[in-house]
Ligand binder design. Structure first.
Ligand SMILES: CCCCCCCCCCCCCCCCCCCCCCCCCCCC(=O)SCCNC(=O)CCNC(=O)[C@H](O)C(C)(C)COP(=O)(O)OP(=O)(O)OC[C@H]1O[C@@H](n2cnc3c(N)ncnc32)[C@H](O)[C@@H]1OP(=O)(O)O
Ligand SMILES: NC(=O)C1=CN([C@@H]2O[C@H](COP(=O)(O)OP(=O)(O)OC[C@H]3O[C@@H](n4cnc5c(N)ncnc54)[C@H](OP(=O)(O)O)[C@@H]3O)[C@@H](O)[C@H]2O)C=CC1
Length: 515
């Protein structure tokens, strides 16, 4: 019997960010392994015209939750959606809901965040710092609370090369930042943002670091732990391999490369690609919840949920594996044949951006205009290049994260828990994982059917022929122009033609002699 699963039985669990990528997988695993849990409260907001109930209904009826329904048929009765907006200072939770949350909650998993790299500092502070502070305040009023698990990121200290399982201070106190956001106007915030974030690449990593400081400062006598995942990718094993539902991290780039838009990217092939499957993060988080509640460690423990230390894969190898997967699992209606490479300096990157990204987009838009359609490729390409430029920071560096706490936790688990809540990425086969990832992107993000693979392969063959034809035509035109303009080119051309003629004549003559 799994001790972790037994621990969550009968418990009232509060999850923020349950509608997000990690939140959904965490909730699914909880229901599947502990169907006897009492209730999961999810703090959520209406979105895209959907009410809370409609959103919950959609999640429970998605493929991700198919297995849950077998083991926990009354799952819909065990989810209690609570209106909350983490953008508002009091989180906008009603009095009655607040009462229930405060008196019943046993465990909190705080996953909600803005993960956008370019978010305005005011918004990123509100969500990643102030909302965390508010939740901790709530947690301090929960008499039955056993553990509060905060999800941060392994990149919250990406300005360092080696990162220990400690909270590093930021130069300006989070409280001062929170206060200043209340009275500074947007223009001044824009001006001071680069100074505040310092050597971090974006407001996301900066505010996640501030969030950790808040956890440390507001922990009071709470039982808290922090989980820091690296780049979260599709599921490895559970509930099935390859599940993914958003474009963050590698997923968007896999689409861009598979559809033939992305042909080169500035990256260091030898840098570690610290990807971690989302089910691994969920398993570790649940194990941390159990360990923190049962053992009540004296200080806030930090767990790095990373792969590089245990089973490193490198961007060059991963890129190669992604391209190999496209051979087997091509995407439909590709713009060009998927072929991408890493460039290592700014000049070559600019060259490939002009030749392989912008020029084909301009030519295609010209063709669309000629055929009376609205041009769109240049706009799409500009957005893609902007996205890529924001991710490049992470493709050109390697980090080392200490993993003593994660290893300690692994050793504390019973063999059954090590199996059910597996977070040992030494067992991960990258080739297999990447293939499933590409398949998952095709199925769950692009909603493409495998029945369309033969047609997609044929389309790629046609694109290859067009590519050869285009290149040959280009070469001939270039050569023709050169010959027309330069005597030397003409001489070279005559020399080559006469050489070929003599060569052929010689072989024809020697062939005749033999006969
Ligand atoms: C030996 C030979 C080898 C050859 C090898 C060659 C290999 C070359 C390449 C092969 C292909 C793939 C290779 C493997 C994968 C590489 C992956 C690298 C990823 C590295 C990223 C790591 C970052 C993680 C660090 C921190 C981790 C975290 O803690 S946070 C979680 C991560 N967060 C994010 O990823 C958020 C990023 N997104 C944003 O910040 C914003 O979306 C944006 C700023 C990028 C864009 O904002 P904007 O307002 O312009 O637009 P938005 O409305 O958000 O979206 C616009 C359209 O773009 C789509 N979109 C969004 N995100 C992405 C994305 N990541 N990639 C692509 N497209 C994206 C979005 O859906 C919109 O589309 P439309 O609706 O159609 O307009
Ligand atoms: N994805 C990754 O690569 C990594 C993620 N992490 C961390 O993991 C956690 C989860 O990330 P992930 O699941 O990928 O992120 P998602 O963007 O998929 O999910 C974010 C969640 O936060 C919720 N949220 C955002 N704003 C509000 C708001 N104003 N009020 C209420 N809820 C809100 C979203 O709700 P809604 O659906 O309504 O928008 C959603 O449920 C985050 O803390 C992130 O920092 C760490 C490392 C890497």
């Amino acid at each position: 019997m799994s001790m972790i699963a037994a621990f969550y039985s009968g418990k009232s669990i509060l999850i923020t960010g349950a509608t997000g990528f990690l939140g959904k997988v965490l909730m699914e695993k909880l229901f599947r392994t502990s169907p006897d849990l009492k209730v999961i409260y999810i703090l959520m907001r209406p979105k895209s015209g959907q009410t809370l109930q409609q959103r919950v209904f959609q999640i429970l009826n998605s493929k991700l939750f198919e297995k849950v329904k077998d083991v926990c048929p009354n799952v819909h009765e065990k989810i209690r959606a609570i209106y909350a907006d983490l953008n508002q200072n009091d989180l906008a939770i009603s009095k009655e809901d607040m009462q229930e949350l405060l008196s019943c909650t046993n465990i909190v998993f705080h996953c909600a965040a803005t993960v956008r790299f370019d978010d305005h500092l005011r918004h990123a502070v509100q969500l990643n710092v102030t909302a965390t502070q508010q939740l901790l305040l709530m947690a301090s009023q929960m008499p039955k609370l056993e553990a509060f698990i905060h999800i941060s990121t392994a990149f919250s200290n990406c300005n360092l090369k080696h990162i220990d399982e400690v909270i590093y201070p930021c130069p300006v106190e989070p409280k001062k930042i929170i206060d200043s956001m209340e009275w500074l106007d947007d223009a001044i915030i824009d001006e001071i943002t680069p100074k505040l974030i310092g050597d971090r690449p974006n407001t996301y990593t900066y505010t996640k670091a501030l969030g950790e400081m808040v956890v440390q400062q507001e922990s009071r006598n709470l039982n808290i732990a922090i989980v820091r995942p690296s780049i979260v990718g599709a599921t490895w094993q559970e509930p099935f391999p390859g599940w993914v539902d958003n474009l963050n991290g590698p997923s968007g780039l896999i689409i861009a490369a598979g559809k033939g838009f992305l042909r080169a990217i500035r990256g260091t092939p030898k840098a570690v690609a610290d990807l971690i499957p989302v089910d691994t993060v969920a398993n570790l988080t649940l194990a941390v919840g159990w360990y923190t509640a049962v053992n009540r460690p004296k200080s806030t423990l930090i767990y790095h949920c990373t792969s590089g230390n245990f089973n490193p894969c490198y961007w060059g190898k991963m890129g190669f594996q992604v391209l190999a997967a496209f051979e087997k699992i091509p995407f439909e209606r590709a713009f060009r044949r998927p072929y991408a490479d890493f460039t290592t300096n700014t000049i070559t990157t600019q060259y490939w951006n002009a030749v392989s990204h912008r020029a084909p987009a301009i030519i295609y838009d010209f063709y669309l205009r000629l055929t009376g359609r609205k041009p769109r490729m240049t706009k799409l390409m500009n957005r893609l290049l902007r996205t890529v430029s924001m991710l490049e920071y992470f493709l050109n560096r390697s980090w080392e994260w200490s993993t003593y706490n994660t290893e300690m936790l692994m050793s504390e688990l019973s063999p059954e828990d090590q199996r059910v809540f597996n977070f040992d990425v030494r067992q991960l086969n990258w080739l297999e994982y990447i293939e499933n990832y590409v398949l998952g992107v095709k199925k769950y993000l692009l909603k493409e059917d495998m029945a369309g693979v033969p047609k997609a392969k044929q389309h790629l063959k046609r694109l290859r022929n067009i590519h050869y034809l285009f290149n040959t035509a280009l070469l001939l035109i270039a050569w023709r122009l050169l010959i027309a303009r330069s005597q030397m080119a003409r001489n070279v051309w005559l020399f080559i033609v006469s050489f070929c003629y003599k060569f052929l004549s010689y072989f024809r003559a020697s062939g005749t002699l033999k006969v």
